[in-house]
Design a protein around this ligand. Structure first.
Ligand SMILES: Nc1ncnc2c1ncn2[C@@H]1O[C@H](COP(=O)(O)OP(=O)(O)OP(=O)(O)O)[C@@H](O)[C@H]1O
Ligand SMILES: [Mg+2]
Length: 252
């Protein structure tokens, strides 16, 4: 589904992503772990089009997407969430969710003049879909709340709801478990499994090893920009290079 070849992303002299090569199979939930500063978020940003690759190739469903702007990658069904959620604070949860689908009829000025009934029908459909998705992630009771009043964990769920509006094929999740209490974490794991069963493929960055080991197979390990290991949870768990990478990060 996603093919990354010899991907490099440099910031000045720093190689944040250093010749990373891997393939994601459709239908999988793949984990991406590694110490702070390993280059995980930079890899996501480069795949999703927020950064131009310095070199290397990215293909999604057979199309080369390296260097395309984010909205074109998004439209192909490859979406990402942010490590630090960025909802529109002064809009409600429902409004934040409804914002997502691109190219609604109402966005084209003349439709408002000539085709009001169609605009209204589309808005209704969008609202219904947003409500359904908010119910799925468990935020339906908060749909009228301003996004700025949500807790960290609730903002993570809102992020998930927003990307689901786009009817994605592949979701890149940046630390869905960060700042989330253990009960909510179980819910999130459940929801992700359910979405996966419905056909969505995931690549998940996460420091919470419970989440990674429960959900993900295979697991990719990055350290200092490089992909150092790829394997099933039981292999990654017991590989000394992984521990070494984490300890190296602490000692530096
Ligand atoms: N926009 C940027 N400009 C310059 N350097 C950057 C930029 N973004 C990231 N870096 C650097 O690239 C390296 C990788 O950062 P990145 O955020 O990708 O790590 P990460 O694996 O996501 O870490 P964490 O687990 O802490 O989120 C770090 O050394 C970071 O300082
Ligand atoms: Mg990160």
């Amino acid at each position: 589904m996603l093919e990354i070849k010899q991907l490099v992303k440099e910031f000045g002299g720093l190689r944040a992503v250093d010749e990373v090569t891997f393939t994601l199979r459709a239908g999988t939930i793949t984990g991406l772990v590694g110490p702070n500063g390993a280059g995980k978020t930079t890899l996501f940003n480069t795949i999703a089009g927020f950064y131009r690759p310095t070199s290397g190739g990215i293909s999604f469903l057979g199309n080369r997407i390296g260097g395309l702007p984010p909205y074109r990658i998004f439209r192909q069904g490859l979406v990402r969430t942010f490590q630090i959620p960025r909802p529109f604070a002064a809009m409600t949860v429902l409004e934040n969710t409804m914002l997502v689908p691109a190219r609604q009829a109402g966005e084209r000025l003349w439709n408002n003049w000539f085709d009001r009934s169609r605009v209204r029908a589309e808005e209704r459909a969008c609202r219904d879909r947003a409500r359904e998705i908010l119910a799925f992630v468990g935020l339906d009771r908060l749909s009228g709340e301003y996004a700025r009043n949500l807790s960290g964990g609730q903002q993570k769920l809102l992020e998930l709801a927003r990307v689901l509006m786009a009817d994605p094929k592949l979701i890149l999740l940046d630390e869905p478990g960060a700042g989330v209490n253990p009960t909510l974490l179980v819910t999130i794991i459940d929801k992700l499994q359910e979405l996966n069963a419905r056909g969505i493929t995931f690549l998940i960055i996460e420091h919470n090893m419970d989440l990674i080991m429960t959900l993900c197979d295979p697991i990719l390990v990055m350290a200092q920009g490089k992909l150092i290991l790829e394997g099933p949870p039981e292999v990654v768990r017991s590989d000394p290079r992984v521990l070494e990478a984490y300890l190296g990060g602490v000692l530096e």
